[in-house]
Ligand binder design. Sequence first.
Ligand code: ADP
Ligand code: MG
Length: 152
Amino acid sequence: MSQKRIVTTHSPEETQQFAKRLATLLQAGDVITLEGDLGAGKTTFSKGLAKGLGVTRTVNSPTFTIVKEYEGRLPLYHLDVYRLEDSEEDIGFDEYLHGDGVTIVEWAQFIEAFLPDERLNIDIRYEDNTKRCMEIHPKGEHFERICEELKI
Ligand code: ADP
Ligand code: MG
């Protein structure tokens, strides 16, 4: 049984720093799923992850498109599936989720049915203005190992 880990951050920079550290351990095909309300810090986390993958372009929430692709040490696919809530639409997620890069999905709970069993799920909770609690659920041995390497 996998055990959840808790990481608390006290600034957006700290959240990005953690995501950056995670990024250095990722491989092609890895999927990170983010849950949490609006303003929780999902995009902030994604920006940090991108930096850790060596992406130099600015990462913003994909507002009009569901997915944006960035070039880094590995390709990064940044998905924000907020607009797919309550739709059964399959926009060809498989291409990203089992692809040659790292995939990070904001509002992942909306596409639960399309997500791979092996993934790192992170639930970000607002605590106060600058404090966030990240509940980290490694699904599968690969992500368990990554959590151990991160010492979380
Ligand atoms: P989401 O993508 O979940 O809607 P964003 O990352 O766009 O959230 O917004 C999070 C907001 O909260 C940003 O304005 C960010 O600066 C702020 N913030 C404050 N403290 C933190 C923290 N510890 N971690 C992440 N974001 C934080
Ligand atoms: Mg966002």
